[in-house]
Design a protein around this ligand. Structure first.
Ligand code: NAI
Length: 326
């Protein structure tokens, strides 16, 4: 029997976690021979709800579920964890501006970054899902100076998956026939879903689709998909977000398939002329649990303009939270 993996999930009584936790204990991340200890963090007001989730987890009688720790203290919840899904965040309330949301959530991720720095395993891989995800990940990383910066990421995998599915639907093929889609930049409407390097059935996507569809339908559809799901469901994407978080972490641990890459928000090292030190979504290949930004892709004028737009938004977000950065 393998040693149990300790997995932290924050916002554990929320809707994304409700879709994620039961998949974790079914072995969807680490396989059906790897026991798990869940470390669930919530705010005090949500602890009763979290206790209900804990009861349901127990009621699954999962042979993989070794133990459950629940706490409203991040220093307790993060103790010795191998993986951390930072999902919990405050939703935007009535009359709240994006800036206010950024400030409220920024403090949460500063506190949690500090707690990870002290309590988690030195090798902990941290995936930030809670919005604004890129900037929250930047804050958490800055507040955890003793952990490797490359072990912090934010989630643009849902956007990546949305792009893959939209392209497959348009081309009348399977998602298995789509490779090398890219989401660049921020997990927001300024993100740039790029098909310049994408392949459909092994051939360039842009030779098989109309430019007009790409520019006027595909890009806005992917950028605005989250808002449309909210309009229809009355709640934000949850099961697809949990699925994306799981796939992001699975690729990070076990690698990307040969001939393909994925999109992942990581610390910019200046690749593609993006300001170093921003949390920016890039195409990455992963091997031996380490990501590498795919290099030397040609960027057209069209692409460069869009990269600059999403970079500018991230720079503005960073200014708002500068007091929390080192
Ligand atoms: P939710 O509102 O159902 O759950 C959030 C949970 O976080 C609540 O239970 C709340 O009590 C908890 N929470 C708040 N502050 C906390 C703190 N300081 N520590 C621990 N827990 C805390 O929200 P949902 O739908 O689960 O979404 C969570 C976040 O994920 C939101 O910020 C949402 O915008 C974001 N999201 C990100 C996506 C991405 O692709 N990166 C996609 C979909 C959602």
């Amino acid at each position: 029997m393998k040693t149990p993996a300790h997995i932290a999930v924050t916002g554990a009584a929320g809707q994304i976690s409700y879709a994620l936790l039961f998949r974790l204990i079914a072995g969807d991340l680490l396989g059906d021979d790897h026991p798990i200890v869940l470390h669930l963090l919530e705010i005090p007001e949500a602890m009763a709800g979290l206790d209900g989730v804990r009861m349901e987890l127990i009621d699954c009688a999962s042979p993989l579920l070794h133990d459950i720790v629940i706490s409203d203290d991040p220093y307790v919840a993060f103790e010795n964890v191998d993986l951390a899904f930072l999902i919990g965040a405050k939703p935007r309330g009535p009359g709240m501006e994006r800036k206010d949301l950024l400030r409220v959530n920024a403090d949460i991720f500063a506190i949690q970054g500090r707690a990870l720095n002290v309590a988690a395993k030195r090798s902990v891989k941290t995936l930030v899902v809670g919005n604004p995800a890129n900037t929250n990940a930047l804050i958490a990383q800055h507040n955890a100076p003793d952990l490797p910066s490359e072990n912090f990421a934010a989630m643009t995998r849902l956007d990546h998956n949305r792009a893959v599915s939209q392209l497959a639907l348009h081309c009348g093929c399977s998602v298995n026939d789509i490779k090398r889609v890219i989401i660049w930049g921020n997990h927001s409407t300024t993100q740039y879903p790029d098909l310049h390097h994408a392949l459909v059935r092994g051939k360039p996507a842009l030779d098989q689709i109309e430019w007009d569809w790409y520019e006027k339908e595909f890009i806005p559809t992917v950028q605005n998909r989250g808002a449309v799901v909210i309009q229809k469901r009355g709640k934000s994407s949850a099961a697809s977000a949990a699925n994306a978080a799981l796939e992001h972490m699975r690729n990070w641990l076990f690698g990307t398939p040969a001939g393909d890459w994925t999109s992942m928000t990581v610390l910019s090292d200046g690749s593609y002329d993006i300001t170093p030190g921003l949390m920016f979504s890039y195409p990455v290949e992963i091997e031996n649990a380490k990501y590498r930004v795919v290099q030397n892709l040609e960027t057209s004028e069209f692409s460069r303009e869009r990269l600059k737009i999403t970079e500018a938004e991230l720079l503005a977000e960073r200014e708002e939270v500068r007091h929390l950065l080192r």
